[in-house]
Structures are given as structure tokens and as C-alpha cells.
Design a binder for this molecule. Structure first.
Ligand SMILES: Cc1cc2nc3c(=O)[nH]c(=O)nc-3n(C[C@H](O)[C@H](O)[C@H](O)COP(=O)(O)O)c2cc1C
Length: 251
């Protein structure tokens, strides 16, 4: 994990929607791309591609006007959406740590020329640059669900506290956690009628995002953890939610 990230970055961060029209040097952009690939992976392999493009390489319909976009693409795998959510959310925290900022751009699309050059299919973009105003906030300014409505169990609530602060599309917070001394089982809202639609993809990415917050908090609080997917028969069935993966707390 990037050593600059602190617990405060998870509390301070917010999605940046307004950017200065300032350019970043080629060296900084290269360093940022390298840092993305140096982030911890959700599982052992995370086979995705990322390219940084300027606003002119994106379709013009998206409302956030950022100087740069990270464009992510991947071959289809059972967990490629979660993997991208996991690694790019660490990147989001890293940007906050170094005074830059960004916002997941679930509706943005690259131009057809960029699209043709991508390896694998286009997954999602992330807009970033130098924030135009303060890119941070305090805990009191967080519009989030109560802890009691997103989690059951009394263990690792310190980690759930940071998970709760993770970003999600339109702030849907599509997650639910079941905690025990040895693990945190992570669920997402079932989208029965919306399968294969954009919201389903974005929710899967959000589960990777929330797992990144658990991972970073675990690392910084000296609770190393690893992620795996349990047999569904080994996890509690939660009405309206679908099991996704678990954080195993290593003793
Ligand atoms: C996968 C994903 C996609 C998102 N897509 C958009 C988007 O298209 N436009 C936008 O303005 N914000 C987008 N967001 C940002 C959310 O709206 C934002 O995280 C949420 O409202 C909570 O605000 P916060 O990040 O400042 O805590 C996205 C967030 C995630 C995780």
C-alpha cells in the first residue's frame, strides 16, 4: 500500500467535482500511473489496464470537467469490477494524501479513438486533477447510513467505521457487513431486475471500493487482513443482499 495514506485521508476525503485548470507534468502523471499499479491487489492477480488521458479524449456529455481522466479497462473475470474498485479507491486516497483529488466518473466514456486502443473492454473512468476548493471535510459532514443499518455483529466496528465513509454511485452505499472475530463478510444490495445494467456494474465496483477502505484501515490499525470468497453455504443469508467476499482477519 502507498505509505502516504493515513486514516485521516479516509475521514477527510470527498469526491472532487471542480478542478483548477492546471496541468500536471508528464513526470507526475507517470508517477501517478505507477502508484496505481503499486497499490495492493484484492486477490493475487489484478489484470487490468489503465491509461491517463486529458479531457479532450473523453466524450463531451459528462458533467464533471476535470483536466485528467484515468480510463480503466479489463478482460472479463468474475472479480474484475471489484479489483478495479479496490485499486482505484486506494489511488483516490493517495491523491487526497498528496493534495490532489478526484471523483469516480461512472457515467463518463472515452472517445471512440481511445476506446479502440484499450486492452480489454472499457470499465470505468476516474476524473482527477488539482481541486479548485478544499478537497476535504470532517466526520460531521458525511451523509452516510447509520452503522446499525449496514452492519451486524460486534467485531471490527473500527474497520466498519471507515468502510461506512467509502464513496458509492449517487451515494447508494449498496453494502452490508456481517462481522465475527475472524472475518467481515461483505454483501451488496441485490439488483434482481437490473442485472447486467450499469447500476449492477457500478455496485460491484463499489464493493471493491468499500473493501479498499477496510483494507487500508486494517493495515493502518495493525490488523492485517486478506480477502477471499467463501462458499455461499458458509455465510449467513441476508434478505435483499447478495454475498460478495470476505475480509479474513489474520491473527
Ligand atoms: C463507482 C462510482 C461511480 C460514481 N460515478 C459518479 C458520476 O458519474 N458522477 C458523479 O458526480 N459522481 C460519481 N460518483 C461519486 C459519488 O456520487 C459520491 O462518491 C457520493 O455521492 C458520495 O460523496 P463523497 O464521495 O464526496 O463522499 C461515483 C462513485 C463511485 C464509487
Amino acid at each position: 500500500m502507498e505509505r502516504n495514506i493515513t486514516l485521516e485521508n479516509m475521514i477527510n476525503r470527498k469526491s472532487v467535482h471542480h478542478f483548477k485548470n492546471a496541468t500536471l507534468s508528464v513526470d507526475i502523471l507517470e508517477e501517478l500511473k505507477n502508484s496505481l499499479f503499486a497499490m495492493d491487489k484484492l486477490f493475487n492477480s489484478a489484470d487490468f489496464s489503465a491509461t491517463i488521458v486529458s479531457a479532450s479524449a473523453m466524450k463531451r456529455t459528462f458533467s464533471i470537467k476535470a483536466p485528467y481522466y484515468l480510463v480503466l479497462s479489463s478482460k472479463k473475470t468474475p472479480s474484475h469490477f471489484m479489483n478495479i474498485g479496490f485499486m482505484v479507491q486506494q489511488f483516490d486516497l493517495y491523491l487526497n494524501a498528496i493534495g490532489l483529488g478526484g471523483c469516480w466518473a461512472g457515467l463518463a466514456k472515452p472517445s471512440s479513438k481511445v476506446n479502440q486502443e484499450l486492452l480489454g473492454g472499457f470499465v470505468i473512468a476516474y476524473a482527477f486533477g488539482e481541486p479548485d476548493a478544499s478537497g476535504s471535510r470532517t466526520l460531521e459532514q458525511y451523509p452516510r447510513k447509520n452503522l446499525s443499518s449496514i452492519a451486524e455483529g460486534q467485531d471490527h466496528l473500527d474497520l466498519i467505521h471507515y468502510a461506512r465513509l467509502a464513496p458509492s454511485p449517487a451515494n447508494r452505499q449498496p453494502w452490508y457487513f456481517v462481522t465475527s472475530p475472524s472475518s467481515i463478510d461483505i454483501y451488496r444490495i441485490s439488483n434482481n431486475f437490473l442485472k447486467a445494467t450499469a447500476i449492477d456494474k457500478l455496485d460491484q465496483i463499489s464493493i471493491g471500493v468499500v473493501a479498499a477502505h477496510i483494507h487500508v484501515a486494517g493495515y493502518l490499525e495493525n490488523k492485517p487482513l486478506t480477502f477471499d470468497i467463501k462458499e455461499v453455504s458458509h455465510v449467513e443469508a441476508i434478505l435483499g443482499y447478495q454475498y460478495m467476499l470476505s475480509a479474513k482477519i489474520n491473527p
